[in-house]
Design a protein around this ligand. Structure first.
Ligand SMILES: Cc1ncc(COP(=O)(O)O)c(C=O)c1O
Length: 521
């Protein structure tokens, strides 16, 4: 891989010293990450303090849709910084422009927005709007959903991780299952466009839990954190109809699915959804902290002056980023490119899946694709019944939630600028960083994943991605065997293996080098 260069064990000497210093002062509470200290990044390439370069396979975790430090974004935010850094709750030129630009970029019916700073904050605002507008307090969410880590966002979500150990959830959170076409033991994905068995079951859960104060529904267009699960076609539209028929409000969480990620500017465009409220985060600022909640004027009309506010919401620098990112999307035609590359990728990946015994499922659209590895495709059902599926069913029947993804999942989360830059990248992810969880409990104990593939950045060659998937698929068996053979020798809950690696023949060598680095610590 030409663009990733690692000289020696990781972390390098500077990185090692800095990492030690880091947690002398800042609590060591973030997830397992690669043991490197980032210094700079351009496009999809990250450089650490020791001069090693890596490919950011996560697009800054679905944030840097225009690439790291896009020069135009840097220019516009620097100019704004020099002019005005903060003004609490007041108008500023950048904020006014950003609001106009964002509303103009949204589907017509969403004619108002409000700026905040994080996705979780946008979820909180959406929850408050649903309650305030209806005067009711129950919110229906989905098992496996992730809407953020603040208390009510976690309560509306369906992952136990952000909630466990924190006492009772927010009253009024009702969770129903999310249909997963690849793992569908109850046939909930059948019978579209009505999806009768699903909606019958959903209604029975609601009936058993609601106190009669239903306000609304919050849903992601696809569930990222649960394993990049895309519901069956037409299900979201049917959900919207159900919401309307029941006089509720619909919030669509587009924090990660927007800004071209799925091949449309907004994922809601795929099925012409008309949610009452949309939450927006991540790529709206492509790295500059900003988020927004957008809704109809009718929904916002329930709020009195002073009811929605945030110290940094509408910050001039963040607002300048909102407009600059929208400029870049237009100028570089990123949405169209995302759709075109996504279509090509999916077709080729599906071809590969036909012959690869480990590639169980290829799902997604645009520049977000999950590729689920299974141990043996033909025995998939047995494997599931024996392991992760049983776990999921138990959990769903228990508290209605799934904890975290429990399968071997690979996510392609790539940028959108093919052909403008020779850099191309794809790699095998070995770090089990939250998106990837092995079904094999032996591997789970070490949080080490069997190989997955992450691709990311602003300039990719689809051919390279596809070639790399072919190579990685072939290498999967080898790496799995390697990991299984060394499982006992590796420390329990080992620090993650580095999240960047090289493909093909060098792959195992890289794994070995990283292992050595860990043992040497
Ligand atoms: C769908 C979705 N909603 C909400 C959030 C929360 O956003 P933040 O981490 O900015 O609070 C995330 C973050 O990953 C997300 O993926």
């Amino acid at each position: 891989m030409k663009y990733a260069h690692v000289n020696g064990p990781l972390p390098g000497p500077k990185g090692k010293a800095l990492l030690r210093e880091w947690h002398e002062y800042e609590a060591d509470v973030v997830g397992f990450q690669a043991p490197v200290v980032w210094e700079s990044a351009r496009g999809c390439i990250v450089t650490d303090v020791d001069g090693n370069t890596y490919i950011d396979w996560t697009s800054g975790v679905l944030v840097t849709n225009v690439g790291h430090c896009h020069p135009y974004l840097v220019e516009k935010t620097c100019a704004a910084t020099g002019q005005l850094l903060n003004n609490y709750e007041c108008a500023n030129v950048q904020r006014i422009e950003a609001a106009r630009r964002l509303v103009q970029a949204l589907p017509n019916h969403l004619d108002k927005c409000f700026f905040l700073s994080t996705g979780s904050e946008a979820t909180e605002a959406a929850g408050r709007l649903m309650k305030r507008r209806t005067g009711k307090f129950e919110i229906i969410g989905f098992a496996g959903a992730f809407h953020g880590r603040t208390s009510s966002a976690a309560s509306m979500g369906g992952l136990a991780g952000p909630k466990r150990g924190y006492g009772p959830e927010l009253p009024g959170a009702i969770r129903v299952p999310f249909p997963n076409p690849y793992r569908d033991p109850y046939g909930w994905c059948d019978g579209g466009p009505e999806f009768k068995s699903y909606f019958d079951y959903m209604e029975s859960v609601i009936q058993a839990n609601s106190t009669g104060s239903l306000a609304g529904v919050i849903v992601e267009p696809y569930q990222g954190a649960a394993g990049f699960i895309f519901p069956p076609k037409g299900w979201l539209k049917r959900l919207e109809q159900w919401v309307r028929a029941n006089g509720l409000l619909l919030t669509l969480d587009e924090v990660q699915s927007s800004y071209g990620r799925t091949g449309r500017m907004w994922a809601m465009e795929h099925e012409n959804l008309q949610p009452d409220i949309v939450t927006i985060g991540k790529a709206i600022g492509c790295g500059v902290p900003v988020s927004a909640v957008a809704a109809t004027s009718d929904v916002f009309s329930c709020l009195q002056k002073g009811e929605m506010s945030s110290t940094l919401g509408g910050n001039p620098v963040a607002s300048a980023a909102v407009s600059a990112v929208l400029d870049i999307f237009q100028r570089e035609d990123l949405v169209r490119k995302s759709a075109a590359m996504g279509a090509y990728l999916k077709e080729r990946l599906q071809q590969i899946a036909q012959t690869c015994p480990y590639l169980g499922d290829v799902r997604g659209m645009g520049m977000v694709m999950g590729i689920e590895f299974v141990k043996a495709k033909v025995a998939r059902i047995d494997e599931q019944a024996d392991g992760d599926l049983r776990l999921r069913i138990e959990r769903m029947e228990g508290d209605g939630s799934v904890d975290e993804p429990v399968h071997d999942l690979v996510v392609l989360s790539v940028g959108m600028q093919p052909g403008t830059d020779p850099r191309s990248f794809v790699g095998v992810d070995l770090d089990g960083d939250g998106f990837i969880k092995p079904a094999d409990p032996k591997l789970d104990a070490t949080r080490t994943s069997v190989p997955g593939i992450f691709a990311s950045g602003t300039a990719i060659s689809p051919k390279d991605i596809v070639d790399s998937v072919v190579e990685a698929s072939a290498a999967a068996a080898k790496v799995e065997a390697y990991l299984a053979a060394t499982a006992g020798a590796r420390p329990q809950r080992a620090r993650p293996l580095i999240s960047v690696s090289e493909l093909g023949p060098q792959q195992l060598a890289t794994v070995g080098a990283i292992e050595d680095a860990h043992h040497g610590q």
